[in-house]
Design a protein around this ligand. Structure first.
Ligand SMILES: Nc1nc2c(ncn2[C@@H]2O[C@H](COP(=O)(O)OP(=O)(O)OP(=O)(O)O)[C@@H](O)[C@H]2O)c(=O)[nH]1
Ligand SMILES: [Mg+2]
Length: 141
């Protein structure tokens, strides 16, 4: 399995999606530091939101095979600048989360990820499981 790093704002649903990918219970745990493991690297949203911490994400991306930029279908803004994927020397995919939410705008999240430069975008819900297997299959390719 390719090693994935998930990057996105706080509360965008990175850790819950990882729980869903691993097939475990969905439990809320605020990510307080980079959680390094053999399959997926989870990062705190603050690293994507804070200029001085953002460099660490670049360094940890070198430890991964694939970068996942995460935008939830309920968030109000994006922190990903246009064409930011050009900064990465790993392939980058987009992951839209929380597509089950009543006020979800997956189209808006996808537009931000496309603007960031992601060519492939997964639409997921950790709650319903939608899109999770597709992402897992992609990691196992
Ligand atoms: N409706 C809905 N809510 C979700 C989903 N995934 C996560 N959430 C909720 O969103 C909130 C934040 O989820 P986290 O997975 O902790 O978000 P995170 O991106 O890891 O946040 P940080 O650790 O702060 O960077 C929690 O209250 C979750 O229950 C989903 O698929 N659907
Ligand atoms: Mg987290």
């Amino acid at each position: 399995m390719r090693k994935l790093i998930l990057i996105g704002k706080s509360e965008s649903g990175k850790s819950t999606l990882i729980d869903a990918i691993r097939g475990g219970d969905l439990a809320y745990h605020k990510t307080q530091y980079v959680l390094y493991s053999d399959d997926i690297i989870d990062t705190p949203g603050e690293y994507a939101e804070t200029k001085t911490l953002g460099g660490a994400l670049a360094v940890y991306s070198y430890e991964s095979d694939l970068v996942g930029l995460v935008a939830s279908a309920t968030q109000q803004r994006t922190y990903f600048p246009p064409n930011i994927v050009g900064m990465s020397n790993r392939p980058v995919v987009g992951v839209v989360t929380k597509i089950d939410a009543p006020d979800a705008r997956p189209d808006m999240a996808a537009m931000w990820l496309e603007d960031a430069g992601c060519e492939k975008i997964f639409f997921t819900s950790a709650y319903t499981g939608e899109g999770v297997q597709e992402l897992l299959d992609f990691l196992q390719k």
